[in-house]
Design a protein around this ligand. Sequence first.
Ligand code: NAG
Length: 458
Amino acid sequence: MFPRAALLVTVLAALPATYAFWIFGGTQPLVTTRLDSIVSPGIVSTHVHSVVGGSRFQASYDYNDLSSSQCSTISVQEDRSNYWAPQLYYHDQNANTFTPIPTSFNIYYLQRPGPANERVQAFPTGLRMLAGNPLRRTNNASNFEDQAISFHCLDSQDHTGDPAWDERPDFFQHQCPDAMRAQVFFPTCWDGNNLDSADHKSHMAYPIQNYNGGDCPASHPVHLVSLFYEMFVSVDQFPYAPGNWVFSFGDTTGLGMHADFQDGWTDKGLLQTALDQCTEANGADGDVSACTVLQPYINRDFATACKPEMTIPNENVGFTGTLNSLPGCNLIWSDTSPKPTCNPNPPTPGFVSVKTPLPSGWAEVGCTVEGTNGRALTGASTTSPTMTKAECANFCAADGFPYAGVEYGDECYCGQSFSNGASSNTVGWQECSTTCAGNPNEDCGGPNRLTLLYNPSV
Ligand SMILES: *[C@@H]1O[C@H](CO)[C@@H](O)[C@H](O)[C@H]1NC(C)=O
C-alpha cells in the first residue's frame, strides 16, 4: 500500500546508522476508537485514537489479558503490545465535516546504548508509558520532551535546505504530496521499579545527552530498547488548506501530538534474545525479517487479518458516515488560549461489542471455501452496504434457511445444505478477513471465502 522502501530511506538519514534496529513497518490500525486504557482506564476517553497491536485492546486491562490476544496487527505475532496515538482528521471547513485520514504506523525498536554501552533491556512485563502532551501549546526547542515530537513531510521531490520542509514540531504550512509522518520518540530510561506512574511519564526519563540516545540518569538507570513511532497519515488524499488537519482533540497546530505504549510481549525472553543477537553485524538494519530470532514469529497474513475482540464506545468515529463534529468535546483549538469547553457537554456513549451480536440461535462456524463450479449456498442471496454477519443471519432466517454465509464484505448467501462441492469444513480464520461493509471492526468472509453461520433451529 505504501512505498515502504522510500520510507526507510528518509529515516535512515535522520538516525545514526551505527546501532541495530528493526521496524514493524506498515502496521495497520487494529481499531480507531475513543479509548485510552492508560490515561482514561475503564471509561470513554476524551478523544479518538488510532490503535495498533494486540486484539484485546479495551478500556481497561492488564498484561495477562492483553498478552492472551488472539492476534496482533504487528507482524511478529508474539508482540501483542498496544501502541496508539490520536487520530488525525480532515476538516472540510466549507461543509464543516470531519473525515478520519487513513493511518498506518511504522514502529521502531532501536538499540541505542549510551557511551557507557549499557546492555539494552527488553521492556519490563506490563510497562506502560506516555510521550507528548495533548495540552501542549508552545515549543521549547531545548527540551527533550518537546524534541521527541516531530512531523515529517514526504514528497518525491528533494526539498533539502528549504526550511519550510524541515522536520518541525508542528504541522507544515503546505501539502505533503506523499503523505505526512507524525513522529514520537519515547523516553528510554526506566526507574527499575514502577511499571506506570500517576502522570504515566515520571517512571521513565530521556537519556542525559539527547532525547534519542545517550546514558541513562542515576534516577532512571535501566536502559530499555528505544521506541519510536512514525504515524503515517495520508493527508495527500485530501485538499490542503490551513486548518484542514485537525487532531481528534481539536488541535490544528500539531503541537499536542502524543502517543501511548502498553507492553504485551508474550515472551520477554524472545525480545531480550532478539535485542542481544539481532545486531547490525547480523544484518538487523531495519528489516525485522533479517532478525533470525524474530523471523519465525512473523505472520503478515495474521497481522493483516487481525480485528479487535472486545467492546468499544457505541459511536461513529467517521468510518460509517460523515461527522459534523469530532467525537467527544473537541471543538477546533488553533491558538494558545485554553482548550474550548462545550455547553452542554455531548452525551457519553455506552459500550458495545465490536462485532454486531448475532440473532438468537445463530453461531459462527468459521471461514469456509466457496463451491468449485458454483456457489456453496444457493438458496437466496443479497448484497447490502450495511452488511454484517447479523444482517446476513437475519436475512437467511426470514427465508427459512439454517445456513448463512457472508462473502467479500457485502454479500450474503443462504442455503439448506451445501452445493457445488462445498462443505462446512473450515480453513484458517485469516482467509476470511474482508471488513464488513456495515461494521469496520468485523470480518465478513473474503474473496471466494464465506464466513459461515448456522442456526439448527431455523
Ligand atoms: C525549556 O527547556 C529547558 C530544558 O528542559 C528548560 O531548562 C527551560 O526552562 C525551558 N524553557 C521554558 C521557557 O520553559
